[in-house]
Design a protein around this ligand. Structure first.
Ligand code: NAD
Length: 490
């Protein structure tokens, strides 16, 4: 796909360069090649974008449900019309296999726009009848929203953030990740003719440079953030300045519990998928596999075989199943954890090294890796690695499995593999986590909320529930007579 080689910020309906004229490069992590330059924005750009969003608020917040729906449906149409082009941009900048970009990222991004295209018509308040009064609860947009997203699934994240915010009548400033945002910038260029001026604004650059200016800007009423725990903690601090509400979607270290009655082949497939999908750079990854001890040998043999069959290579090839990690920073982080696991005394079932040889040497490739003999308190079993690295632990009884699954500071997702319906429900009740998939991991279904327990954050997205976070209510109580109460007349 032809894409611009230079992007500025998108503010008030136009591309503009950063006030300081600084730029950053977007790279292809599979080859090291430069893809485009983007604006390395500073506080002045944050201010300009927020002011544009604020100026557009009155108009957009009084738009009709049909106008909002039309915009979101047209976003979906334009993504779908050039889906293969956008998928390729996602692959070039992120390193994910094109087969995933085509079959996972694009359909999920499109479906967010279509899901929330229906929302404007169902957003309403309520009325309450009293003998002497009527209560009217109006639902109003919350205002200018700042949305900050990571680099792992940019189009999906963008859609999941901007669709509900716009459906609810808000204007926004989106800050994508500075390492991977080519697809987002190309998408905005594709739809710039239909975005009312100032309703959607994009500023690029380092979060450390502009994050605080965006979130703590006095004209901003809401922040929605997806990213790491340390940055989430900063967002809370910035948001405390003007006491604005936050939605935080943070990390995970999700468990998949494999029970004695499980279909082992399906569970192994789930473990393979969760190790390699998006190179393991998914907050929902089920990176701790808790296998019942009676299945251990069979499970490990099949898992090893499954992962050693995975085709690693050029992500632009349809046959590739594992691409390159998204950046050098991520590659270094994952490589560090491979060493930590060995130092902690875990054993490698497979992988454990950089994937190398010919074309792989140019990119940030890591072998699919499984650690076994893992203790639940090891760092590799506690900390989010965000790479193709999975730990296997074993358990004897159900209570132990549930306890181990909950023994982390995170609680984003989880999996249960069993043919015992009662057991599935018991374990699901016991797991302290936001989404649980039974007998199929990553079984993404439209309209189902996703979000975290514990340090995985708060607030739910990907579902109409998020509309509560993008609206506020106003209660109007209308007395049914205008007579005085008379309580101070004596
Ligand atoms: P990160 O927190 O470093 O960056 C995320 C975004 O925050 C980027 O746009 C970055 O520029 C910005 N940022 C960085 N410092 C900032 C600051 N001081 N103020 C404001 N913004 C700032 O995270 P990352 O390493 O890029 O992303 C990976 C993390 O994101 C993982 O921990 C992963 O679990 C998490 N994640 C969570 C979800 C979810 O839905 N829960 C989805 C994807 C990724």
């Amino acid at each position: 796909m032809e894409h611009a080689k230079e992007y500025g910020n998108f503010i008030n309906g136009e591309w503009v360069e950063a006030a300081n004229r600084k730029t950053l490069q977007l790279l292809n992590p599979a080859s090291g090649e430069a893809l485009a330059t983007i604006a390395a924005s500073g506080p002045a750009d944050a201010d300009r974008a927020v002011r544009a969003a604020d100026a557009a608020l009155e108009g957009w917040s009084s738009s009709t449900a049909r106008e909002r729906q039309e915009l979101l449906l047209e976003f979906a149409n334009r993504l779908r019309t050039r889906a293969n082009d956008f998928a390729m941009l996602e692959t070039l900048n992120n390193g994910k296999p094109i087969v995933e970009a085509v079959h996972f990222d694009l359909p999920n991004a499109i479906s967010q726009f279509e899901l929330f295209a229906g929302a404007p018509f169902s957003l309403s308040g309520s009325t309450h009848d009293f003998p002497d009064a009527i209560g009217l609860v109006h639902r109003e947009p919350i205002g200018v929203c700042v949305q900050i997203i990571p680099w792992n699934v940019p189009l999906v994240m963008m859609a999941a953030k901007i669709a509900p915010a716009l459906a609810a009548g808000n204007t926004l400033v989106l800050k994508p990740a500075e390492t991977v945002c080519l697809s987002i910038l190309a998408f905005i260029d594709e739809v710039k003719d239909i975005i009312p001026k100032g309703v959607v604004n994009i500023v690029t650059g380092s979060g450390a440079e502009i994050g605080e200016s965006l979130v703590s800007h006095p004209l901003v009423s809401k922040v929605s953030f997806t990213g790491s725990v340390p940055t989430g903690q900063k967002i809370l601090q910035y948001a405390s300045k003007n006491l604005i509400p936050q939605t935080l979607e943070l990390g995970g270290k999700s468990a998949q519990i494999v029970c004695p009655s499980a279909n082992v082949d399906a569970a192994v497939e789930g473990a393979v998928m969760s190790t390699v999908l998006n190179k393991g750079e998914i907050c929902l990854a089920g990176s701790r596999i808790l296998v019942h001890e009676t299945l251990r040998d069979e499970f490990l043999e099949k898992l090893k075989k499954g992962l050693e069959r995975i085709r690693i290579g050029d992500p632009t090839q349809m046959s590739t199943q594992l691409g390159a990690l998204a950046s050098k920073v991520q590659f270094d982080k994952v490589s560090h954890y491979l060493q930590v696991g060995v130092d902690e005394g875990a054993k490698l079932l497979t992988g454990g090294e950089r994937a190398s040889g010919s074309e792989l040497d140019r990119g940030y490739y890591v072998q699919p890796t499984v650690f076994i003999d893992v203790q639940e308190n090891m760092r590799i079993a506690q900390e989010e690695i965000f790479g193709p690295v999975t730990c296997v632990l074993t358990w004897k009884d159900e209570a132990e499995a549930v306890r181990i699954s909950n023994a982390t500071s995170f609680g984003l997702a989880g999996g249960i593999w069993t043919r015992d319906l009662f057991q599935a429900h018991r374990i699901a009740r016991g797991m302290k986590t936001g989404t649980i998939w039974v007998n199929r991991y990553y079984n993404m279904k439209e309209g189902i909320p996703i979000g975290g327990y514990k340090q995985s954050g708060f607030g739910r997205e990907f579902a109409y529930q998020v509309l509560d976070a993008y609206t506020q209510t106003k209660s109007v109580i209308l007395n049914l007579s205008d007579c005085e109460l008379g309580i101070y007349n004596h």
